[in-house]
Design a protein around this ligand. Structure first.
Ligand code: GTP
Ligand code: MG
Length: 328
């Protein structure tokens, strides 16, 4: 199974500030020099950045510590220690960063290429030169560096797409995505071909551009953990509209539709309120297009249409429906 992680816990630690230095000016023939210990450098910060080149969190290891560098020691001759290097952690756009101990959402990484400061590095300590005053001519101490912030975060990926496709395994979701977008998902004549959500960009003939997410198949009892479970539904929480894909050769189309709606509502009622269409797939398998109209009429369901990703029947009609749902 390909490694895919859409939620992971890691530890992050910003760098500790470097300690200040205790030093005294020394020169030949000068008996007693003044204090000249420099300040320590600042510890590195931990930043996160949304990077479109990433589609999953599999570059991260569970519970591993990701640390920025510490600041360097201050030195004699009033030399400052150098600052510790920042750590920049790249995540796919749509990753939420949640602080584990407080549950606080620190950042929702939507905007690409804009680093967000998550853990701040400690200030460097002052060297003894800093403490020299009229009453304290020879300070023999310096400040230690401040600790960098350190805590555990949960990275939660919720892909960003405009449209979500849901359906039983093998319904033809990925095949449709491949037909209408630039995505190259894996397609197979067996259930659970898709283990990793796929995203494709549609460039419609009407000059519109939007993203469609194809998620792994859902089966009855998914909310109790059957199949791949429902955790993938997090990826369609933010879409604007849904397409229910149902194989036109299914024994009971109406039942399949209610099964899918049930599983979705077990995850989140809000999913049911999104605008949606029912799409009967593999229309090319019906020997006569006239039969398709009969099938649809018998179902007495609203917002339903048939499509074939193999011969292209109605693929553009589905996109038009999507565009009307997206109010394009
Ligand atoms: N004849 C015909 N076959 C199709 C069509 N769309 C998909 N198929 C076939 O149906 C099977 C399943 O297609 P997939 O696109 O992998 O189905 P899926 O819904 O993504 O399946 P999972 O990833 O397992 O949930 C494959 O053998 C496809 O070739 C279609 O329009 N017509
Ligand atoms: Mg698939």
């Amino acid at each position: 199974m390909p490694k895919f992680t859409d939620s992971i816990r890691i530890k992050i630690k910003a760098g500790q500030g470097g300690p200040g230095s205790v030093s005294f000016h020394r020169e030949k023939y000068i008996a007693k020099g003044g204090p000249d210990g420099g300040d320590g450098g600042k510890g590195g910060n931990v930043y996160f950045v949304a990077d479109r080149g990433r589609t999953n969190l599999s570059s991260y290891f569970k519970d591993r510590l990701y640390a920025a560098k510490r600041g360097m020691h201050g030195q004699g001759r009033n030399k400052h220690g150098s600052d510790g290097e920042d750590l920049l952690l790249k995540v796919p756009p749509g990753t939420e960063i949640i602080r584990e101990d407080t549950g606080e959402l620190l950042s929702d990484m939507i905007e690409e290429d804009k680093p967000v400061l998550i853990a701040r590095g400690g200030q460097g300590g002052h060297g003894n030169a800093f403490f020299k005053s009229a009453t304290m001519q020879i300070p023999r101490f310096a400040q230690p560096g401040e600790e960098g912030e350190e805590f555990t975060v949960i990275l939660n990926l919720k892909l960003i797409a405009d449209v979500g496709i849901v359906g039983l395994p093998n319904a033809g979701k990925s095949t449709f995505l491949k037909a209408v977008t630039n995505a190259k998902p894996k397609i197979g004549s067996y259930p659970f071909t898709t283990l990793i959500p796929n995203i494709g960009v549609v460039k419609s003939p009407r000059g519109k551009e939007y993203k469609i997410a194809d998620i792994p198949g859902i089966i009855e009892g998914a909310h109790q953990g059957s199949g791949l479970g429902l955790s993938f539904l997090r990826h369609i929480e933010r879409v604007n509209c849904l397409l229910y894909f149902i194989d036109i050769e299914s024994e009971d189309i109406a039942y399949t539709y209610s099964l899918l709606r049930n599983e979705l509502s077990s995850y989140s009622e809000a999913l049911l309120n999104k605008p949606s269409r029912i799409v009967l797939t593999k229309a090319d398998l019906v020997p006569d297009k006239g039969f398709i109209d009969d099938i649809i009429k018998d179902l007495e369901m609203d917002n339903i249409m048939a499509v074939s990703s193999v011969d292209g029947y109605n693929t553009d009609k589905v996109l038009k429906e999507v565009e009307s749902m997206l109010k394009y």
